[in-house]
Ligand binder design. Structure first.
Ligand code: NAD
Length: 522
């Protein structure tokens, strides 16, 4: 059975290999706590990236089907909003326990549909689970404020849910990113519509099934499918009050403008080109391991993948040693034991990545390690690109300017720390950045001078845990990054404030003369 139809957490009930699925089941919607088959006329074939065998067909849901999901979310909202925060918290405790119980099954779905290794897929689930775990602390996170503003008069503030909110998700973290929305949106009293990536919706379907098991009432979590048509439906549906988008700049900038023009709240995390400055005084062994891991792990398909290395001074000579470590990484099907990197998502992605490597060659860079045409023996039909290192890159080259989103590390040489900071700050993206150094003062200076929003000091992928927020900036977010995901800002995003000012006079003796001036409460 395909993962979207299996409800068991035991390994015998879901695929744990890249073997061809004999009768692939169609992906269903999830509406009113039920799996609903689609009557779609258009279907999107989903292939295992390691083999290009068909895994499932994903529907382009019809307008009526998507409207049914919103109807369900609308119907559920008043009662869900009125449910006590303690009751919602109990459901979240159960949800957390169920995600842990189904951790391997979720990871298997991710490996099958997205291609990343099982260990990496488990990390994908865990990073989302941590958002749900942190959401369990809602009882201390959502408290309002109260102040006695005048004699016998007080103002208190509450945070109330918005209503129906929606998430439009990318392919690269099929569990983590839906879980940036589901726990935070629901525990604050909203109902939600999730549109997973049409390239790997299986994990979201399992998360929906677990939501029902955890006790979320029908309509609180709904799943719809499709590509641009589904996105346009979400953008234009007036009952949807807020949109959480994660994905490319192309889609995200469009989504941000159209949803904002329609009066919706939007949080949108976009693309990246994450740099890493390597200082000659760093712990070389730690730095080289961290760089190879962060550049090639997940086949470079992380928005926080380390993709541009800035080699300061003599560290330009370290490239062959990075290449040695990269060569030791094992590329294989994600289910195979000891695999370090799996395939990229599609044949088109592979072609695009290989053509970007080609531009580097033409534009005068040095291909130190070439992953083009590399293929694990067992998976000759997969979308594999081996770890690739391009040296002597300059900022005007295409491979430097584009987000490659594959296992490709571009290396730029600079003379000084200042040159490194200037180069990195000139880049239009501002998602993540790292520095490797043993000097506390260099690190301190770097964290102040660098513009990117998530800084790692001897840490290659500095994605903040959910007690903080995901704080990319510049072109890596839309709308100036005012609405960031999870953490305190995440709760603020999914809630609106209400303030209540009340007057209770102890002796009830009030003058008979009306006051007409603007009350100042002073
Ligand atoms: P994508 O933009 O192609 O797709 C994301 C979502 O948008 C999908 O659900 C898709 O159906 C929809 N979509 C795609 N094209 C559309 C269009 N023209 N009109 C309307 N909707 C459209 O992104 P992807 O390839 O799935 O994900 C990779 C990208 O996501 C990379 O750029 C990566 O950096 C970025 N990303 C960013 C973060 C972050 O937090 N900054 C995290 C993960 C991924």
């Amino acid at each position: 059975a395909a993962p979207s139809t299996s409800t068991d957490s035991s390994p015998s009930s879901y695929p744990t290999s890249h073997d061809k699925i004999q009768q692939p089941a169609d992906t269903q919607m999830f509406i009113d706590n039920k799996l609903v088959p689609s009557q779609a006329e258009q279907w999107i074939d989903l292939f295992d990236p390691a083999t290009n065998n068909l895994v499932t067909r994903v529907p382009q849901n019809t307008h009526e089907e998507m409207t049914a999901a919103v109807d369900s979310a609308e119907k559920a909202f008043p009662a869900w909003k009125a449910t006590s925060v303690l009751a919602r918290q109990q459901i979240m405790f159960k949800y957390v326990a169920l995600i842990r119980e189904h951790w391997d099954r979720l990871a298997a779905s991710i490996t099958l549909e997205q291609g990343k290794t099982v260990a990496d897929a488990k990390g994908d689930v865990l990073r989302g689970l941590q958002v749900a775990e942190t959401a369990c602390g809602i009882t201390t996170q959502i408290t309002g404020e109260v102040l006695e503003v005048a004699k016998d008069m007080e103002t208190r503030s509450y945070r109330e849910p918005l209503g129906i909110v929606a998430a439009i998700c990318p392919f690269n973290f099929p569990a983590m990113i839906p879980l940036w929305t589901i726990p935070v949106a629901t525990i604050t009293g909203n109902t939600c519509i999730i549109k997973p990536s049409e390239r790997d919706p299986g994990a979201t379907m399992i998360l929906a099934e677990l939501a029902e098991k955890a006790g979320f009432p029908p309509g609180v979590v709904n799943i719809i499918h499709g590509s641009a048509k589904t996105v346009d439906f979400i953008l234009d549906e007036p009952r949807i009050k807020a949109i959480s988008f994660v994905g490319s700049n192309k889609a995200g900038e469009y989504i941000y403008s159209r949803a904002s023009a329609n009066g919706k709240r939007v949080q949108a995390n976009l693309g990246a080109k994450n740099h890493c400055a390597v200082m000659p005084d760093c712990n070389k062994n730690h730095a080289l391991n961290a760089i190879a891991g962060a550049a090639f792990g997940a086949a470079g398909q992380r928005c926080m993948a380390l993709s541009a290395l800035v080699l300061v001074g003599e560290t330009k000579d370290w490239v062959p040693e990075i290449a040695e470590r990269a060569k030791e990484l094992s590329m294989n099907g994600g289910f195979e034991p000891n695999t370090d990197l799996g395939p990229v998502i599609s044949p088109q992605a592979k072609e695009r990545i290989e053509s970007l490597i080609g531009t580097a060659e033409k534009e005068g860079a040095t291909i130190v390690l070439d992953g083009r045409g590399k293929m694990p023996e067992k998976y000759p039909n997969g979308n594999f690109v081996g770890p690739t290192i391009i040296a002597n890159v300059t900022p005007e080259m295409t491979c430097y300017k584009e987000e490659i989103f594959g296992p490709v590390l571009v290396c730029v040489n600079v003379e000084t720390y200042e040159d490194a900071v200037n180069l990195i700050n000139s880049n239009e993206y501002g998602n993540g950045v790292a520095i490797f150094t043993r000097s506390g003062s260099t690190a301190q200076r770097f964290q102040k001078e660098i513009e990117a929003g998530q800084v790692g000091i001897n840490v290659p992928i500095p994605v903040p845990l959910p007690m903080f927020s995901f704080t990319g900036n510049k072109k890596s977010v839309a709308g100036g990054g005012a609405n960031t995901f999870y953490g305190k800002p995440g709760i603020q995003f999914y809630t609106q404030q209400k303030t209540v000012t009340s007057f209770w006079k102890a002796d009830d003796a009030v003058s008979t003369r009306a006051k007409v001036n603007m009350p100042t409460q002073s």
